[in-house]
Design a protein around this ligand. Structure first.
Ligand SMILES: *Cc1c(COP(=O)(O)O)cnc(C)c1O
Length: 399
């Protein structure tokens, strides 16, 4: 069956239909989950439907990869068992002696991977401020093979200029990889801005319901990086399960609507926090005073994302007291689901110190994932929690 004509359709239309042709055998509009690990050969030994063994390819993964290729405007995609597996697959395109440029606020999982297996593989790491283009350009050597950027970054929500980084990368003959987990394809299109590969922890917004771990990498060309990522996935057995692919593919259909609503709510929360006497500083690219607001406005469409960080007056104790007092937010790691989450990152066991980029998580920082609750309810919850923290500080002798 011919793929649906989705060219020139708006994002929310494309997200509903991408990779969704009725199943040929039954006409099912919702695809079945194909649990079979193996597929029959024809009498000549061929595989007439293109499927042989489930770790190489299976129908649910194939449909998800086709959808993501369309939605990111790429040439090919690899779905993996987790965001980290997708990242490892992309990094496996590097060879011994190659250098990679990363930012000091690189996602901590990527930093751990580079400092552990990356060093074992012989990849050298250069740490910069990725928002400082002069510094990035000055750090490139003939050995530099890749520039890696998370935009927005975690947990400082800094937005890097992807088009400008792509220009620098192209001029020096290295790849630009963009971890677009915080923005998703609904708000940002790194490949159109010149990136070579875009990576998502689909665990977060793309699946959107905090119930599946999955990773996606979409490539501008079906060339070296794609070949290595596909080989990595097959060779190490990082293939995602058919059910996980089915869940992610279901989730992405509502992503454009979810993340626009979450972005609107996040902006309202960020503005309310900025006005609260217990808050020292808010990190959100949608705020006009944010240092990366101009780049974000140029680069992102439809909103600035659903993630907000804030520093609480009174340091670690006040931050922990605030988290302890919330009634609506869940105290939990991760993000991108329909329920709002709040986390004190510095005390999270998932957070490791000394990750190798020199960045230390601030003790007064809270990170919020804004869900789909009414913004006023979320703001009221944060207000009462911050006021409780302030009263506690007064009682224990603070100001
Ligand atoms: C969560 C996350 C990852 C890793 O994804 P997993 O599915 O947890 O392996 C990678 N990059 C970013 C920016 C993330 O937030």
């Amino acid at each position: 069956m011919a793929p649906k004509d989705l060219i020139n359709k708006q994002m929310r239309t494309r997200a509903v239909h991408a990779g969704r042709d009725p199943e040929a055998a039954t006409g099912a509009v919702v695809p079945p989950i194909h649990l079979s690990t193996t597929f029959e050969r024809d009498p000549d030994g061929g595989y007439p439907r293109g499927f042989a063994y489930s770790t190489f390819a299976n129908p649910n993964r194939h449909a998800l990869e086709a959808a993501m290729t369309q939605l990111e405007g790429g040439a090919a995609a690899v779905a993996s068992a987790s965001g980290m597996a997708a990242i490892a697959g992309v990094l496996s395109g590097l060879s011994r002696g190659d250098r990679i440029i990363v930012s000091y606020d690189l996602f901590q999982g990527t930093a751990r991977l580079l400092n552990d297996q990356g060093r074992q593989w012989g990849v050298e790491i250069d740490v910069v401020d990725i928002c400082d283009l002069t510094q990035v350009a000055a750090t490139i050597t003939p050995k530099t093979r890749m520039i890696w950027v998370d935009s927005p970054s975690n947990p400082l929500m800094r937005v890097a200029d992807i088009a400008a980084l792509a220009e620098v990368a192209k001029a020096k003959g290295c790849y630009l990889a963009v971890d677009s987990t915080f923005a998703t394809f609904a708000l940002q299109k790194p490949l159109a801005l010149g990136a070579d590969v875009v990576i998502h922890a689909a665990t977060k917004y793309i699946s959107g319901h905090s119930d599946v771990v999955n990773g996606l990498a979409v490539f501008g060309e079906a060339g070296h990086l794609y070949d290595r990522a596909r080989a990595f996935e097959i060779n190490v057995g990082a293939a995602p399960s058919p059910f996980d692919c089915w869940l992610v593919h279901r989730g992405l259909r509502t992503l454009p609507l979810r993340i626009v609503a979450q972005s609107e709510a996040a902006l309202a929360v960020a503005m309310a926090l900025e006005a609260h006497p217990m808050i020292e500083k808010v990190y959100y690219p949608g705020l006009p005073g944010d240092p990366t607001h101009a780049v974000a406005t140029r680069q992102m469409r439809g909103g600035y994302g659903g993630m907000v960080s804030a520093s609480v007056r009174g340091g670690r104790e006040a931050a922990l007291a605030t988290v302890a007092a919330v009634r609506l937010f869940f105290r939990a790691a991760s993000f991108g689901g329909v329920e709002s989450l709040i986390e004190h990152r510095a005390s999270s066991p998932i957070q490791t110190r000394g990750q190798g980029t020199g960045y230390v998580m601030p003790e007064d920082l809270l990170r919020l994932s804004i869900g789909l609750e009414a913004p006023d309810d979320l703001i009221a919850d944060l207000d009462q929690a911050l006021n409780t923290a302030r009263r506690n500080a007064r009682v224990s002798g603070g100001q």
